[in-house]
Write a protein that binds this ligand. Sequence first.
Ligand code: 2DT
Length: 212
Amino acid sequence: MSCRRGALIVLEGVDRAGKTTQCQTLVQALQQSGRPAEIMRFPDRTTKIGQLINSYLEKKSNLEDHTVHLLFSANRWEMVPLMKQKLEQGITLVVDRYAFSGVAFTSAKPGFSLEWCMKPDVGLPKPDLVMFLQLNPSMAANRGEFGIERYETSDFQRTVSQRFEELMQDSSINWKVIDAARTIEEVHKDIKLLSEDILSLAENQPVGELWK
Ligand code: 2DT
């Protein structure tokens, strides 16, 4: 490799665990220590596919469940060339939700197996590190009311949580569980340390393929 590649770092977790804040804080911290880093988020609502997803999430349209699952996956695949390019340029990507959210949310619907849900995302760039921000449902409820988007109900979120637990049994993924019930600063400290460690490991190996 001519230049050291960036790392692919994913933050996952149930709603209101603080993923977005932690992604932003991590990117700032990495940049301040001289390491190029950028944030990405899924769904990326800016593309044509993303706009279909956005309208579905805002309940402005209805989509059949398998169809919307495939759209979420397509929304990741359409970003793969850009992701690979940035990683090769040495930019670390800090990603707010990825295929794990895709599988956890769809498989929380009746009639969807984890296996079926994973298939369309097989072969995506494999994250070097996936940090799961853990927060129990009652703590999450203390952080305020749910929004009005689709999926934002306690019952659904509880099932999503169980699906994430099942996904975390997969030892082919470098999962780290982070206790998100602490202050933003405490959580950030753990996330930063884990990320710095993975940066030096990742630069010496090629990007892997997810679930392959
Ligand atoms: P945000 O609130 O983070 O924008 O998420 N979701 C997300 C899925 O159902 N499938 C996916 O593949 C992804 C990435 C989780 C919007 C909602 O979309 C759900 C919450």
